[in-house]
Design a protein around this ligand. Structure first.
Ligand code: B4P
Length: 170
């Protein structure tokens, strides 16, 4: 977990590669569907291009389907799900561990400006930050309460962030 641009995808890829795990890439799945010219594609595209979360039930169903079809002995890494408590109520993947990557708003802006994706404009970044901060609080409280939350300093280099995560992988 983490704010937009905190490095979720970057770190999930590293974990997947090193430990030969499967990965569920929520953002990529949604981006792929959003390029289709049908009702679902248009709904997803509209949410993403306005910096809003895609409908909770839609995302939860998509993710559930992905998880059910995974064929991985070693387990899987999830990138970007859930982003709200409501999503977790629709589908809970029952994680063993959840990492939260802490970064400042300044870092978010700097990194996403460099990345330059279509939803990485300053206005949309601000909006995404507001939406995500609102939702994160409840999720973080919940994962903390059940004892699976690990805080990670996401401000460091990609390698240093990964080293911090690795300290918690058995
Ligand atoms: P995502 O695709 O998940 O993207 P993100 O949050 O913007 O970025 P991420 O944290 O993965 O950062 P990255 O590693 O790429 O979401 C996009 C949109 O999809 C959302 O706004 C929403 O609309 C929708 N969505 C996704 N999940 C959803 C859900 N569950 N429910 C509803 N809607 C959902 O890193 C960013 C950049 O920083 C990269 O260029 C990277 O190279 C760089 N970087 C990473 N780590 C770095 C480091 N340590 N130092 C320097 N640079 C670093």
């Amino acid at each position: 977990m983490g704010l937009p641009g905190s490095g979720k995808t970057t770190q999930a890829l590293k974990l997947t590669e090193k430990h030969k795990l499967c990965m569920v890439k929520t953002g990529s799945i949604l981006r792929e569907l959003s390029s289709k010219d049908d009702a679902l594609g248009r709904e997803i595209s509209k949410a993403m291009l306005s910096g809003d979360l895609v409908d909770n039930e839609v995302v939860a169903k998509l993710v559930k389907k992905q998880v059910e079809h995974l064929d991985c002995e070693g387990g899987f890494v999830m990138d970007g799900y859930p982003r709200s408590i409501e999503q977790l109520e629709y589908f809970d993947p029952e994680y063993e561990i959840v990492f939260y990557l802490h970064v400042s708003d300044k870092t978010v802006h700097e990194r996403l400006k460099k990345r330059g994706r279509v939803d990485d404009t300053p206005e949309l970044i601000e909006h995404r930050l507001r939406v995500q901060k609102g939702e994160n609080k409840f999720l973080l409280d919940y994962f903390k309460k059940i004892g699976i939350l690990v805080d990670i300093d996401g401000e460091m280099s990609e390698e240093r962030v990964f080293e911090q995560i690795e300290e918690h992988i058995i």
